[in-house]
Ligand binder design. Structure first.
Ligand SMILES: Cc1ncc(COP(=O)(O)O)c(C=O)c1O
Length: 397
């Protein structure tokens, strides 16, 4: 007999996040995880943050433990506006909506913008937790082809004509999982098409600051001012998770005032506001210039790790594997023709190495030969050993 469940249909039948569910294996002794996009703790400026927390004067600490405004603490909004303006987006602090991580921004947008049955376009492959948020909102999700330079513009145009979607969700700089970056000409073409077809663009940018040699092209949000009619067509999300610390749970949203207002209302019934304590700490950290001081180190460390992973892949799987070498971010997206990456993962876990099979990153027609490797949380030696184990596991599939 089936036990009765009070859980509604949407949640009762939904799969969990494949990446979060793989986390249990990462705790096995000796496991080398190339799975999660988790920043390396040893590369975070834990010392700098610790000093900030310990320096809070007692009066300040009391205030930081109070409830706060839904839009976020002004001290942090000032710093996030400064950071955004330095990137190429001229914004005022009042234009910044502080989030409990950029994931919350995706969720708030899914709840406030989408009605059941409305169409959303995503890249193939894309970020699985965005797919889940759009699915929970009842949206109909359609994927657009990508190549080494990201979204294929002709395919985007064809989908706009055929599907009349409400929005496009895109990670244009060092994408998750693709590691790819959309070129400037494509960014401009994308915006012109979005205007022509009245398709809102949600630009998710948690990785743009983590470039190795060369900064990515201007953001879509920055470029919108150069494209006729695009002023109100782009929403920008970013995060302090990958560059500062994910445990702070801080991100931010820029976009048209009516969209931000709707998200504030949705946030009021969600978490009310991001943690006042971590907002105060992040504001002080940014204000003291520690963030910009630490970034170059982080970029160098991730660049070295990316190189180590690419080198090992070429050495051990070079004959068979296809991938785009990333210019930043945390991921290498790869394909091994003829291999079912879900089967391969099972034998990899036995050898104490793990990655994410590609299926979760597609809205339709998953390609079983694809998979995502993260170079963020292993040092160079760990990456080399991990790839040796992957190659061994592959021989037994
Ligand atoms: C593309 C993308 N968007 C959003 C997030 C969520 O980040 P957070 O909520 O920690 O800011 C992630 C995290 O992995 C991501 O890869």
């Amino acid at each position: 007999m089936r036990t009765y469940s009070f859980v509604n249909e949407r949640y009762a039948s939904a799969p969990g996040s494949p990446i979060r569910e793989l986390k249990q294996f990462s705790e096995l002794p000796g496991m080398i995880s190339l799975a999660g996009g988790y920043p390396a703790p040893e590369l975070m400026d834990a010392g700098g943050l610790q000093q900030i927390f310990s320096r809070f004067a007692s009066a300040e600490f009391g205030r930081a433990l109070e409830y706060g405004g839904t839009e976020g603490a002004m001290a942090l909004r000032v710093e996030l506006a400064r950071l955004s303006s330095a990137r190429d987006m001229a914004v005022e602090p009042a234009d910044v909506l502080t989030l409990s991580g950029s994931q919350q921004g995706i969720d708030l947008l899914a709840r406030t913008l989408l009605s059941p049955g409305e169409r959303v376009l995503v890249e193939a492959p894309t970020y699985p937790a965005a797919l889940s948020a759009f699915r929970f909102a009842g949206a109909s999700i359609h994927q657009i082809a990508t190549d080494d330079e990201g979204l294929v513009i002709d395919a985007f145009e064809a989908a706009l004509l055929r599907l009349k979607p409400k929005l496009l969700y895109i990670v244009p700089s060092f994408g998750n999982p693709s590691g790819r970056t959309l070129g400037e000409a494509r960014r401009r073409a994308l915006l012109a098409l979005a205007v022509r077809h009245r398709c809102l663009v949600v630009e998710d940018d948690p990785y743009g600051e983590l470039y190795f040699d060369q900064a990515p092209p201007p953001s879509l949000y920055g470029l919108r001012q150069a494209v006729d009619g695009a002023e109100r067509m782009v929403i920008y999300l970013s995060s302090l998770s990958k560059t500062l610390a994910p445990g702070l749970r801080l991100g931010w949203m820029l976009g048209p005032a009516d969209v931000r207002r709707a998200c504030v209302l949705a946030k009021q019934t969600d978490d009310m506001h991001a943690s006042t304590l971590t907002q105060a700490a992040a504001a002080a950290y940014l204000k003291q210039g520690l963030f910009l001081e630490h970034l170059p180190q982080l970029r160098r460390a991730y660049a070295a790790r990316a190189q180590a992973l690419v080198r090992a892949l070429r050495e051990h799987l070079g004959e068979r594997i296809r991938f785009t070498e990333p210019g930043g971010g945390m991921f290498v997206w790869a394909r091994l023709p003829g291999v079912d990456s879900t089967q391969w993962l099972k034998s990899a876990i036995e050898r104490r190495v793990m990655f994410v099979p590609g299926a979760a990153f597609f809205a339709q027609a998953p390609d079983p030969a694809c998979f995502r490797l993260s170079f963020a949380s292993q040092d160079e030696a760990g990456l080399a050993l991990g790839v040796t184990r992957l190659a061994e596991a592959l021989r037994s599939v």
